[in-house]
Ligand binder design. Sequence first.
Ligand SMILES: Cc1ncc(COP(=O)(O)O)c(C=O)c1O
Length: 378
Amino acid sequence: MTIHELTTPAALVDTTRMTRNIQTMQQRMNYLGVAFRPHVKTTKCIAIAQAQIAAGAKGITVSTLKEAEQFFAAGINDILYAVGMVAPKLNQAAALIQRGCALKIIADSVESASAIMAYSEAHKLTFEVWIEIDTDGHRSGVKPASEELITIGHILNRHKRTLGGVMTHAGSSYDLNTPAALQILAEQERSLCVLAASRLRATGLPCPNVSIGSTPTALSAQQLEDVTEVRAGVYVFYDLVMSNVGVCSVNDIALSVLTTVIGHQVDKGWAIVDAGWMAMSRDRGTQKQSNDYGYGQVCDASGRVIEGYQLIAANQEHGILSQVKPDNDQVITARFPVGTQLRILPNHACATGAQFPSYHPINDQQVISPAWDRFYGW
Ligand SMILES: Cc1ncc(COP(=O)(O)O)c(C=O)c1O
């Protein structure tokens, strides 16, 4: 099958690029001497998670219990659910554990830890819980030097085998764009998570796992002493945000949206395509970065970047393709005739992927293999 037989818009995955991204990250983790637990929320796709595991990943990270259920059903057992646990979700988590899933959950508050322990005692079921540490102030987690960390540790340690470790995600790495700044944040993420582990151990609490990571910090860390594992997600596809952060090139981006030119506004220098925000997502993550790519970078049907052209605007099902610096491009109709297929690189691969029910793997010869399903929902 070739791309001309696909109905557009469609999500394409360049398998050569994706395989290279998977291998390069895994080799880096092997070199740094840590286990690698990819975050599969980027793809929510069993075929891709299996490729990550075949390359050497140990377990996966998920962002929803639905993902945990789907990946467990596909035979993946070692799963970290990396979103703070609350009482109403404990039944769903418990059901997975009772079916044999080695599920780990996380907590970053006394309330969450107490709810887990109350459920555990009432149902005679042991959860493995990792404490979430805030190492960069960007989102959730307890401060590594706080008393609350020790209090949570003691609550969880009411039962042996419950306190399984600490984890952190330095998501503020997305705001950086120099190797020096990324290296400093990577070391901050490592050292503060290690500090949290040391403080727990110093009070006699167990802390076997020290789990850190985001794509930019995973690729910038110079050493990972006392870390047991790293997590990264978006590296598998990369995207324009990551290219602006400086951890990949535009030519590493494995996910694109295949679209078709459906019309023009010649006086405005526009080609109208059938990929609007329903296909690209509303994510404008590059807006505050050094290169604003609008709703995506335009490439030809084979994936070659067409410099200077972007999706400058998006309605639900219409995308407006134009030169970034318009120079009364009267040749837009000649350059992009109606029916032309193009590929658009996304700002944020996790958000764009989430718009589609499946991915179409495409190789260097432009041959499409059978689609890979992805799932969604909670
Ligand atoms: C808890 C957690 N770990 C790891 C990651 C992976 O980060 P990235 O996609 O930058 O690799 C994320 C992403 O949001 C996350 O929330």
